[in-house]
Ligand binder design. Structure first.
Ligand SMILES: NC(=O)c1ccc[n+]([C@@H]2O[C@H](COP(=O)([O-])OP(=O)(O)OC[C@H]3O[C@@H](n4cnc5c(N)ncnc54)[C@H](OP(=O)(O)O)[C@@H]3O)[C@@H](O)[C@H]2O)c1
Length: 436
């Protein structure tokens, strides 16, 4: 059997990791897929002096790789939307199989790209685009294929998880930990995509598309980042037996599909609460299997290369068999669940954490209770913290039971009108992560 010929576009963190693992494990990989994997061309904006390319031809023109008749598989590791989109479309038009690690590209343009791949009869694979080294795409497509997925929830941005872990363990401020995350190379020089929740939203829509057979609805995700999390809320959540995690959640209910990315309180004893630092984790609950959890490194050169190369091996095996991609990554004929509407955040149902700064005097608690009960919101727990010396307001922490978001927002607006309450109410959501 002839070698599978790979054209590698992008020689940054993931490109170099992929080259290294392809070389190190060459013999074993060839055994696993029945043919050698040969990198026949590499392209990037600038050749990296430290990267040892050996005899592999290098080009600054990545489109030359998409046009190279000697390339079977184009591996797109340049990142961003353009020119990655154009590059992938050109490769597909030229009949090449494509592997990408690019979540922004798949989440933003996936419907167009998958349609082009299907029309041309080639595969567009993207295991590395979600949760780095964790094989969550394969888990959803293959291992859990028998299940109707009820919900999935993930810690899918390692930078945000690292920052929240540090805030909790060391009582540090958000801005202070962010600087350290940048120094450690976890966060980009411009960390907006990470800390504002956009990167997690890219990954969530890909997971939801697979789980529910729905289109990629980046426009419909409710997105909140971690920038407004304060150390005292991390502490109070801990006092109540919870940790604050940044989650991407896709949940099907009777009315539609919730797609949301935001910080949330999770029970301290839950498995997801134990996922610290730059790790990622995804929980998936299916009707047959029950609850499952996938955890591991969500980024890094070789963990991401692990996912990129798994896709290359799949393609090699499929081509060996001479077949078309029988199991296309995203369903084009919408699945039953995929035709459901995506719900507005007001219609999401979850429990809530409220921190109210109130005057320390009789009657305030009953005013709060009246406002909440008038909207059908029941209280699971309430605690009053010690007043800060010299201040006449005390923090009151309320945990509600599961409630429609619109009711909670209306209650917050009413609470903020009370003369005994100072400043805005701090509002976080609370996820049990064990409900069906
Ligand atoms: N890093 C991770 O841990 C990780 C994890 C999961 C997924 N991913 C995804 O993997 C992809 C690559 O990430 P990375 O961290 O490896 O990025 P990176 O370190 O910034 O490397 C990007 C590479 O692509 C080249 N490049 C960028 N734009 C180009 C263009 N227009 N033409 C030619 N070459 C271009 C860059 O060349 P120059 O350096 O010369 O500009 C560099 O070699 C992204 O989609 C990212 O989201 C990364």
């Amino acid at each position: 059997m002839l070698p599978l010929r790979i054209g590698l576009c992008g020689l940054g963190t993931v490109g170099r990791g992929t080259l290294e693992v392809l070389r190190r494990n060459a013999g074993m990989l060839a055994q696993r897929c029945g043919r050698e994997l040969e990198v026949v061309q590499i392209g990037a904006r600038s050749a990296r002096p430290e990267a040892d390319l050996g005899a592999i031809p290098f080009t600054h023109d990545i489109f030359a790789i998409a046009a190279n008749p000697a390339v079977d598989v184009l591996v797109e590791l340049i990142g961003g939307v353009e020119p990655a989109r154009e590059l992938v479309l050109t490769a597909i038009a030229n009949g090449k199989q494509v592997v990408t690690a690019n979540k922004a590209l798949i989440a933003g343009c996936g419907d167009e790209l998958f349609a082009a791949a299907r029309a041309r009869g080639v595969t567009l694979a993207y295991e590395a685009a979600v949760a780095g080294g964790i094989p969550i795409i394969k888990a959803l497509r293959e291992g859990l294929a028998a299940n109707r997925i009820r919900w999935l929830a993930g810690i899918i941005n390692g930078t945000s998880n690292f920052i929240l872990s540090e805030m909790r363990d060391k009582g540090r401020e958000f801005a202070d930990v962010l600087v350290e995350a940048q120094l450690l190379g976890y966060a980009e020089a411009d960390p907006t995509l990470d800390v504002e929740g956009i990167d997690a939203a890219h990954k969530l829509v890909i997971l939801a598309a697979l789980a529910f057979g729905m289109p990629l609805r980046l426009d419909a995700v409710h997105i909140e980042g971690i920038t407004r999390i304060q150390p005292e809320d991390v502490r109070y959540a801990g006092d109540l037996g919870y940790r604050i995690k940044h989650l991407g959640i896709a949940r099907r209910n009777d009315r539609g599909i919730e797609l949301r990315v935001h910080p949330a309180l999770v029970p301290e004893r839950s498995l997801v609460a134990q996922v610290h630092g730059a790790l990622n984790a995804v929980m998936v609950r299916g009707d047959a299997v029950g609850g499952t959890l996938y955890c591991g490194p969500g980024a890094g050169a070789e963990p991401t290369a692990s996912a990129v190369i798994a896709d290359i091996l799949d393609i090699a095996r499929r081509l060996n068999g001479g077949g078309r991609d029988a199991m296309h990554p995203l369903g084009f004929d919408l699945a039953e669940d995929g035709a459901l509407p995506v719900l507005a955040i007001d219609d999401a149902e979850t429990a809530h954490y409220l921190r109210v700064s109130a005057l320390d005097r009789p009657g305030v608690l009953s005013q709060l209770a009246q406002i909440l009960s008038a909207r059908g919101i029941s209280i699971e727990a309430i605690i009053q913290k010690e007043p800060v010396p010299g201040q006449d307001h005390v923090p009151l922490i309320l945990l509600t039971n599961r409630t429609r978001e619109r009711e909670v927002r209306a209650a917050i607006a009413a609470i903020e009108q009370l003369e005994s309450v100072a400043g805005p109410v701090v509002h976080l959501r609370k996820e049990a992560l064990d409900e069906v």
